[in-house]
Design a protein around this ligand. Structure first.
Ligand code: UN1
Length: 504
């Protein structure tokens, strides 16, 4: 019998009022491994969770921030203790290899400890008053109820990027995780709720963290249209992000969007080629290419193009596909059947419409046990030209487009010429090339001699153009999103002092 999971609303684990459920299955062994049954929740469940979060906010905002930080410290400790167990289960539900799911949990632990310490900072600033015997201060204050909608590719790290800073700042949370990775999300919420209980004891506040499983079309929609939700943080597709911005903007909610990417790695003729090869393999095929930061374009200088492509193809053909909890696996499956269909659709577009050259891969992987899951062979297209669909549209799978360039200016122009701007990378041993790239590449993240993936938890994370709406996650930058500023003027002169009038 598969385990049955519940929502957490107002401190109580309960089924959906709809009575509907959905299955969570292993993408590497689809038919044989049913992980759990989860509630497919209704608008009523979502509204109930928002009401609980709204009530909890009035108590939670009064808990001193360092105490809220202590809770996050305990959350980080618990995640650390359970790191391997959580990672194995995450590999089981979303497919990426165990080393990577451990990294995903570690990113959450880093974010927890960062948030814990921020509880003792949350700095505001003060400034001199223009009047005598008067003091000017400013404080960060919590906003209220946050709605959080997260994707399946980083089932632990991405929710922690949002929930942890939101909580330390004194906001309360309603969390709707991706339907493909509900188990990792449930574990995270159980850890947060039990840590609140342990630290607050008899003063435990139910409703600070709520999880409502189910469909974006129902739970997500209910969240973004509920007037009691004050802010929304979403990571996912540009299309859905635009819809959220429209609906949530209608009631002036604060909205943070982390959306698509079409990231490129440039390799110049003066680069360390072996290093650049390792990086592109990791950036393009790690996580089966299912990262917003994945390398989906490789821009090769014409002098090294042929040699580099040959070496890369050899290496790609040696990548070992399989279940990510088995030993020595390089690449797991696509997360779902429909995701694999979408990858295959783009490969067909690459061949038929774009007329690019298929160098390797380009089909489902079905040898032996691979036929049990949603495996796709790592794929390379060469002779890709700027403007082709496979060069412009986000594929979110193990497909790399190789483009030849003439020089640095040409490379940067090709790199910049998409509607997205998340991550980017250049391999060069010429310091002038490197600094020019840092200045001219239009992206939120640029790596010099590193792959496009692997951002660190304490650095600003996000992108330009249609990758987002200007906010950043990670580091202290995200604390601007989860707080409202309050300016406070203290007049101790004992008389009415009119600013801008009595002093000039
Ligand atoms: C994502 O794919 O949405 O920088 C997040 C990276 C990871 C996070 C990726 N730390 O690749």
């Amino acid at each position: 019998m598969a385990e049955k999971f519940k929502n957490l609303i107002n401190g109580i684990w309960k089924d959906s009022t709809s009575g509907n459920t959905f299955e969570n299955r292993n993408p590497a062994k689809w038919k044989e491994d049913l992980i759990g049954i989860f509630p497919s929740s209704s608008k009523e469940d979502t509204d109930e969770a928002v009401a609980a979060a709204k009530a909890a906010f009035e108590k939670w905002r009064l808990i001193p921030a360092p105490k809220r930080g202590d809770i996050l410290k305990l959350v980080g400790d618990k995640m650390n203790e359970r790191k391997d167990e959580i990672a194995h289960e995450m590999t089981r539900e979303m497919g990426k290899v165990f080393a990577e799911t451990k990294g995903d949990v570690q990113e959450g632990i880093d974010t927890a400890y960062y948030a814990a310490s921020e509880g003792r900072r949350l700095f505001g600033y003060n400034a001199p008053s223009e009047l005598p015997d008067k003091m000017n201060l400013s404080f960060r204050t919590p906003i209220g109820v946050g709605g959080f909608i997260t994707p399946w590719n980083f089932p632990m790290a991405i929710p922690t990027w949002k929930l942890f800073p939101a909580l330390v700042c004194g906001n309360t949370c309603v969390f709707k995780p991706a339907e493909l990775t509900p188990k990792t999300a449930s574990t995270l919420v159980e850890i947060i709720d039990s840590s609140i209980k342990e630290i607050l004891g008899k003063n435990y506040i139910p409703g600070v963290i709520n999880i409502v499983h189910g469909k974006g079309r129902i739970v997500g929609e209910a969240m973004i249209s509920n007037p009691d939700v004050d802010l929304i943080s979403f990571t996912g597709s540009t299309e859905v992000g635009m819809r959220i911005n429209q609906v949530a903007g209608g009631s002036l909610k604060r909205v943070s969007l982390e959306l698509g990417g079409k990231n490129a790695q440039i390799v110049m003729n003066d680069a360390n080629q072996e290093l650049a090869l390792d990086a592109v393999l990791w950036g393009a095929f790690g996580t089966t290419g299912q990262r917003c930061t994945a390398t989906s374009r490789l821009i090769l200088h014409k002098d090294i193009h042929d040699e580099f492509l040959n070496k890369l193809t050899d290496r790609v053909n040696k990548l070992k596909l399989g279940y990510g909890n088995d030993k020595d696996i390089d690449v797991g499956p696509c997360v779902s059947e429909s995701q694999r269909e979408s990858v295959d659709m783009y490969v067909k577009i690459g061949i038929k419409e774009d007329k690019a050259k298929l160098v390797c891969g380009g089909e489902f992987a079905k040898e032996d046990d691979l036929s049990k899951g949603w495996f796709y062979k790592p794929t390379i297209f060469s002779e890709v030209k700027p403007g082709m669909r496979i060069e412009q549209e986000e594929i979110f799978g193990p497909v790399l487009s190789v483009i030849k360039c003439n020089d640095l200016d040409d490379a940067i122009k090709i790199l910049n010429d998409t509607k997205y701007g998340l991550s980017s990378s250049i391999f060069t041993n010429n310091v002038n090339n490197a600094f020019k790239a840092v200045r001219d590449i239009k992206a939120g993240i640029t790596y010099i001699n590193g792959a496009t993936i692997g951002a660190e938890a304490h650095m600003p994370f996000g992108g330009v153009k249609q990758t987002g709406n200007g906010h950043r996650e990670g580091g202290w930058t995200v604390y601007d999103f989860y707080t409202e500023w309050k300016a406070v003027y203290v007049d101790y002169s004992g008389k009415l002092q009119r600013a801008q009038i009595d002093n000039y």
